[in-house]
Ligand binder design. Sequence first.
Ligand code: GLA
Length: 404
Amino acid sequence: MSTPTTEFFDSPDRTATAQALAEAFRAAYGTDPEGVWSAPGRVNLIGEHVDYTGGLCLPLALPHRTFVALRPRTDGVVRVRSVQEPDEVAVPLDEVGEGSPEGWAAYVAGVPWALLRKGFEGLALTGGFDALVDGHVPYGSGLSSSAALECAVAVALGELVEAPLDDTGRAGLAGACQLAENVVAGANTGGMDQAASLRCHEGGAILLDTDDDSVAQVPLDLAGAGLALLVVDTRAEHSHAGGEYGARRADVEHAADVLGVPNLRAVPFADLDAALDRLDGDVLRRRVKHAVTEIERVRRTAELLRAGRPAEIGDLLNASHDSLRDDYEVSCRELDLTVDVARAHGALGARMTGGGFGGSAIALVRSQDVAAVADAVAAAFAEQGLTAPRFLSALPSAGADRDL
Ligand code: GLA
């Protein structure tokens, strides 16, 4: 039985949202948009904090998407408005660069800037555009709302400059979005979120190899196995998350230097103990242990999914969380509470997902247990005086594309 505290965050109908946005664009700019495009947020099933050290990740796209209605201009100005933010931001493209513009417009204006730097060409990248954004990926929840915005803009501009939109073309767009995020928005993240938003397909996760940027589709028929992936947005935001993320990156880069390898992917799981012996300090050893064991857990998870045995991945999800909590130290009270309560109420496995220090957790549950697990988590948060969490269902959904 659902209690009133258990709020599910649904995704609206895609076509209706796109049509309404085209209408709103006409009202805002007095002309039709060239089209409406959208891109999804993501959850990562497993493979956390390894995308900046050549590791493997298994993200899937959420049904929750960010939409952008867009029309090219010719004067080199990007004008952007959002259904969620009343004010218009106007940015001349020649003022886009490191740290500029500030705020959410970086994820829009940074994209043509980055596409040009990645070798894409076309008037749509230099002439500017008018855009109206409608975001339905929960913001600040570790579900990649910023990547969804970048990727919706990228797929729109990619189509307008006639870039190929096969997987190779999408990999190129994802690389540009990551560049925009790293340089213009100033967040030094890996490339998992953008790859998930652009390269996922309905019904599956992707096995993303961040060492060579290759992707393999992995089937994820949870409903067919009587399972569901419950996402818990803990609503916890941690202000120091940016600095901590950079510190973890610095740790693994330093460890790779000491070990004389390009990244930690180059440390085979079988050689972990020997590698740990060559490192100084308990902290550095735990960071490396997390990365190397996590990459191995991704391999095993992908094998089980390919063998059609999704009910057996729970222990790997649990081990991933424990490693992120104890060895990588990127969890927090709200994430640990969610995971503990979900496990105690029948989840087959549960873990934090995304960057951590707040944000969201996932729980693999039997379909009939979804409401009970969500209610138990909501009750535990209420009991501890925490902000009520939000819940989402993670149905593996399609990557970025044109809607209208
Ligand atoms: C954030 C980053 C990703 C990745 C995850 C952790 O979501 O944007 O690149 O590093 O954290 O797996």
